[in-house]
Design a protein around this ligand. Structure first.
Ligand code: ATP
Ligand code: MG
Ligand code: MG
Length: 545
């Protein structure tokens, strides 16, 4: 744990020192109604991170109280995400739906205490009766029902005798409370729907405010950490647990600021829309801010954890710059991955004075990366270079190949241009070049000065690869609608050429394609016959604002 504890760790530390709890128990409580996104990663890092630091435990709990939106595939995605980030939830995954019987019993207890009642106002009336910030609400006339009548009605709600919306169960708290949430909050509603786990057994479903605090209590959670928008729900959290006079110790809620990232949408509802309307390929589309998306794109779990660490835990909402996340992945890959050569837009170069072939031994890593390893790069008479590494009419400061200026083929020889061949439309189709036998990299005695080294591949040995280049999914800093989507967020290059060792040797799944960026062998579509690489991130922060 770092020296400077964040405010949550300070609270946990004090609680443990005071002996309030024997061990810390946190939970990560997602609703399985979508794939988890980078905001969830933040919550995972906080909850599992605190448990780890204080040698406690963090439960993974599916907060599955809304039968209309939840699904097993989302449960699996949530488990995958937590596992991929390197955290361990222990033996069991917990489900709020498993507590339905217990929660129902707690509701009965509240009714018997005269602290909850069945209300039969409709949704609109409930809203009207609640009042406003400046005006006290008024209590429903149904609040005067006897305990017996409430018990009878609630039991019949459970059995499915009423239609959706006909009745609700409410806590009897205070219709003039300054905190509007405390104006007799809803505890249960009727829902005739199939629940992905509980089946058709239930016709009443607990509301968040009732289910969450009690699920925490049932599991022995000590610190219930949630995002700021639940600040006003804390009073209900406390009210439910205190009113039920539960055996101590009980959990307490603590809020932190939700993670927001510019150019990024972070709401499962909006992400679902993108998937359903085919704006992206699926939840794991590498452009999605989902954990599955980052994973497929080639992000490492370490980079995401570092990002969550770096941004810290705040008490006030703010927006994080997406380039900070990009920095974290770049920084991580820079220390780890092999450097290889790939040509995205090939231009043929025939080296007139070279005959035969040779094998060049080239290191995978630069000097400042303390890793060992090299591969063979075949060199031959015909090579391909990047089309824009040659310029017939170079602007000032162009350091690569021109009719007058030689350039080094990375790890290989220096070449110069002798002739430019064009088709009838004037497009350059080939360069006739010359190489300098004494200029080989590592044993250069040619005395020729060049200003740069460029990537290249041998025509005979290069492999064709598909590259998927991603740009930001949204073009606006604070995207809202699908109109804000970046129409150029995906560019596919079908016939890039890569040096053979990448395909044959498989040194890694992630590579730096020199001067192009970091790339990842697509875990689903890649085959040796048709290699596919995803661009993870560029080498530099090159986004033009
Ligand atoms: P969304 O609205 O994006 O679907 P949510 O809050 O409804 O998010 P849940 O599945 O209920 O999603 O969230 C599980 C946990 O993750 C909650 O404790 C929630 O506070 C936390 N969480 C969700 N989004 C963020 C975020 N952007 N930053 C930090 N924590 C988040
Ligand atoms: Mg939620
Ligand atoms: Mg939500």
């Amino acid at each position: 744990m770092s020296e400077n504890k964040d405010f949550l760790r300070v609270i946990v530390d004090e609680d443990l020192k005071k002996g309030k709890y024997e061990e810390v128990v946190t939970r990560f409580p997602p609703e399985p109604n979508g794939f988890p996104h980078i905001g969830h990663a933040k919550s995972i890092c906080i909850n599992f991170g605190i448990a780890k630091d204080f040698k406690g435990h963090c439960n993974l709990r599916m907060d599955d109280t809304d039968p209309t939106k939840e699904d097993t595939k989302y449960v699996e995605a949530l488990k995958d995400a937590v596992k991929w980030l390197g955290f361990d939830w222990g033996e069991n995954v917990y489900y709020t739906s498993d507590y339905f019987p217990k929660l129902y019993d707690y509701a009965i207890k509240l009714i018997k205490m005269g602290k909850a009642y069945v209300d039969s106002l409709n949704e609109e009336e409930i809203r009207e009766y609640r009042g406003t910030v400046t005006q006290a609400g008024k209590r429903s006339e149904y609040a005067n029902r006897s305990i017996e009548e409430n018990l009878d009605l609630f039991e019949r709600m459970k059995r499915g005798e009423f239609k959706d919306g006909e009745h609700v169960l409410r806590a009897k708290i205070d219709m003039s409370a300054a905190n509007m949430k405390m104006r007799d909050p809803l505890l249960y509603r009727i829902r005739h729907a199939h629940h992905y786990r509980a089946g058709n057994e239930w016709h009443v479903y607990p509301m968040y405010d009732f289910a969450h605090c009690l699920s925490d209590y049932i599991e022995g959670v000590t610190h219930s950490i949630c995002t700021l928008e639940f600040e006003n729900n804390r009073d209900i959290y406390d009210w439910v647990l205190d009113t039920l006079e539960l055996k101590p110790p009980r959990p307490y809620q603590h809020e932190f600021a939700r993670l927001g990232i510019n150019y990024t949408v972070m709401s499962k509802r909006k992400l679902l829309e993108l998937v359903q309307n085919n704006y992206v390929n699926d939840w794991d589309d590498p452009r999605m801010p989902t954990i599955a998306g980052y994973k497929r794109r080639g992000y490492t779990p370490e980079s995401i954890i570092n990002f969550c660490d770096q941004i810290g835990i705040a008490k006030a909402n703010s927006m994080v710059d997406v380039s900070q996340l990009e920095f974290c992945i770049r920084d991580d890959l820079n220390k780890k991955v092999p450097r290889v050569m790939c040509v995205l837009d090939p231009l043929k170069v025939t080296i007139e004075n070279y005959e035969g072939e040779e094998e060049i031994d080239a290191p995978y890593y630069p000097h400042d990366v303390p890793k060992e390893g090299s591969r063979v790069v075949p060199f031959s008479k015909v090579v391909y270079i990047e089309r824009d590494d040659f310029n017939e009419n170079p602007p000032k400061g162009f350091y690569r190949l021109t009719p007058e200026q030689p350039v080094r083929l990375r790890h290989g020889y220096i070449i110069s241009c002798k002739e430019v061949i064009k088709d009838d439309k004037g497009n350059i189709t080939e360069i006739i070049a010359q190489y300098y036998p004494e200029s080989k990299s590592g044993s250069d005695t040619s005395g020729i000065k060049v200003k740069s080294a460029i990537q290249w591949v041998s025509e005979t040995y290069a492999k064709k690869v598909e590259l998927r280049l991603y740009d930001r999914l949204y073009k606006n800093e604070a995207p809202q609608e699908v109109e804000d989507l970046n129409p150029n967020s995906l560019k596919i290059i079908k016939d890039a050429l890569i040096e053979p060792a990448v395909i044959e040797e498989k040194k890694d799944e992630r590579f730096q394609f020199e001067r192009q960026g970091y790339f990842y062998a697509d875990p689903i579509d890649y085959t040796d016959e048709k290699p596919v690489f995803n661009k993870i991130v560029s080498l530099k922060d090159s986004w033009a604002k």
